[in-house]
Design a protein around this ligand. Structure first.
Ligand code: XMP
Length: 517
């Protein structure tokens, strides 16, 4: 197993992810863990992460000396490489020139770490790598026993190795996907250099996660807000396995869910899995509070506030609960940390990211905190959740509330649900559901004239939205086939009385957003 020591880089968790992707078990710990812990952990290799500090300054983090005394391979990344160099007798200086973003480095073919790993070869036969750099300091003098294994003009020592002791340093971040060969480099380190086999997989992770939840909550009771989305569904399945009857889920139907969603959630969890689920039908209450409200942010706030109120009321009925479980996943953790420091502009207030207010007086249980979305999905499958549920498109917390423009009315929600279901059904049938990241219908409360049979119609408009994106921060509209769009349009207009026109949204994000409100 691999021990990752964290010096505070925003990419540390990505190292863990890359290691897990190579099917090797790893744990991430702070750089200042006890020496005794490290010895007892008995790692087959150690990775030192990057970090925001500068080794040139005093009192900045150092790797515990034992790291270099265990006789196991060590890979230092960015700050990890710099502290390795400084601790082993090399030198680090502040660069005049910061290097940030894409860079090309030349790999020296002799090193066990980078041999035959390259994106291109130059005329001289040297391997070239496309990498991601993010540093101000750099190593300027190699420690004794080290050779240069990668370099470029800005950073002559972009990689170093002491092949005898099997110590490696890389100035660039092999853990980010922008370093195209990053995965191969990490695989090389863990499999070939540390000699670890393919010994870790999702079923193992399930067992481990179950063990961790059990030891964390003991015999306490836990409440979970189940939304039917991927993350909370996976948490429900995991906790049910781990603590069975100690888990109670609260499912709030706000009247703004997709067609048959409440029934599906109850069937999957309560009926099939035997999870305790309290189904609260609060749709009338939500509708009442939304009456007359047209401004998007105000609608979002009302839906968010109502949710908290209903949830609090329900959880008050479970006085023994000590924990609130949440489906927080790793990107949420980075984003909320980023939001604190960056002060991003609030384009939309997301009500389910901040979590429930502290007034609940419950301890937070976040068993997916270290996983990425695709790992959460894998975990869901390993826990036996249905494929369609685990690979579902995301659905916003305020639901149809932000897909009905302007005032939300029961009539609009009912029309929209049916149109959306037709769209999704046709996407699935044509194989386009998996090719899009998110797709849905939007209700436009404007009427236009049409003709059906011999009669005039004067009905509402539905817009279809389908996007492709990696991270939902930017998105392209999906180039759905015209035949598919035609079929969806026909079905919606023919099957749903009250809608006589369908349009397709061809706006990218930015400048548009994915949701219309
Ligand atoms: P936008 O519309 O900002 O959406 O481009 C980006 C992604 O976020 C989802 N979204 C939300 N998700 N609570 C959520 O959990 C919300 O309040 C919310 N608003 C938007 C949206 O569906 C898309 O996937």
């Amino acid at each position: 197993k691999i021990l990752i020591l964290d010096f505070g880089s925003q990419y540390t968790q990505l190292i863990a992810r890359r290691v897990r992707e190579t099917n090797v078990y790893c744990e991430l710990h702070s750089y200042d863990v006890d020496e005794a812990f490290i010895r007892a952990f008995d790692p087959a290799g150690i990775i030192l992460s990057g970090g925001p500090a500068s080794v040139i300054e005093e009192e900045t983090p150092r790797a515990p000396q034992v790291v270099f005394e265990l006789g196991v391979p060590v890979l230092g990344t960015c700050y990890g490489m710099q502290t390795m160099a400084a601790q082993l007798g090399g030198a680090v200086e502040n660069s005049m020139q910061r290097e940030f973003g894409y860079a090309e480095v030349r790999a020296q073919g002799h090193s066990a770490l980078l041999r035959d790993i390259q994106d291109r070869v130059n005329e001289a036969g040297h391997g070239l790598l496309d990498v991601w750099m993010s540093h101000g300091d750099k190593v300027t003098v190699l420690p004794e026993g080290f050779k240069i294994i990668a370099s470029n003009a800005a950073t002559p020592i972009a990689g170093m190795a002491d092949e005898t002791r099997r110590f490696y340093g890389l100035q660039f971040h092999s853990e980010v996907t922008h370093t195209l060969q990053g995965k191969a480099i990490i695989a090389r380190f863990v499999h070939d250099i540390c000699g670890i086999g393919y010994d870790w997989n999702m079923p193992d992770y399930v067992e481990e996660a179950i063990g961790r939840v059990r030891s964390e909550v003991g015999s306490d009771e836990v409440i979970l807000g189940l939304s039917g989305g991927v993350d909370s569904s996976v948490v429900a399945a995991l906790l049910h396995r781990a603590i069975g009857e100690q888990l109670t889920c609260v499912f709030v139907d706000n009247g703004l869910l997709r067609l048959n969603e409440a029934e599906q959630v109850m069937e999957t969890f309560a009926k099939n899995l035997g999870v305790k689920v309290i189904h609260v039908d609060a749709s009338t209450e939500f509708m009442k509070h939304l009456t007359g409200v047209t401004e998007p942010e105000q609608k979002r706030k009302i839906i968010g506030r109502e949710f908290v109120e209903v949830f609090q009321r329900e959880s008050a009925k479970l006085p023994n609960a000590k924990w609130l479980a949440q489906g927080t996943i790793y990107p949420d953790v980075i984003e909320s940390a980023g939001a604190k420091t960056k002060k991003a502009h609030a384009i939309k207030s997301h009500h389910n990211v901040g979590g429930l207010p502290e007034s609940l007086h419950l301890k937070l249980l976040e068993p997916l905190r270290e996983l990425f979305k695709d790992e959460v999905r894998e975990l869901g499958i390993a826990l036996g959740l249905p494929h369609d549920m685990v690979y579902r498109h995301p659905f916003p917390g305020p639901g149809l509330g932000v897909r009905i423009l302007g005032e939300v009315k029961q009539e609009y929600a009912d029309l929209l649900r049916r149109a959306d279901a037709i769209f999704i059904e046709e996407l699935r049938a044509s194989g386009w559901y998996e090719k899009t990241s998110q797709a849905f219908a939007v209700f436009l409360p404007v009427k236009s004239v049409g003709v059906m049979g011999d009669g005039r119609t004067y009905d509402y408009v539905v817009a279809l939205r389908a996007v492709q994106t990696q991270d939902f921060m930017t998105a392209h509209w999906a180039e759905l086939p015209y035949t598919l769009l035609g079929k969806v349009s026909n079905r919606i207009i023919n099957e749903i009385r009250g809608i006589n026109r369908v349009v397709y949204d061809i706006s990218g994000k930015p400048p548009a957003t994915i949701e219309w409100e």
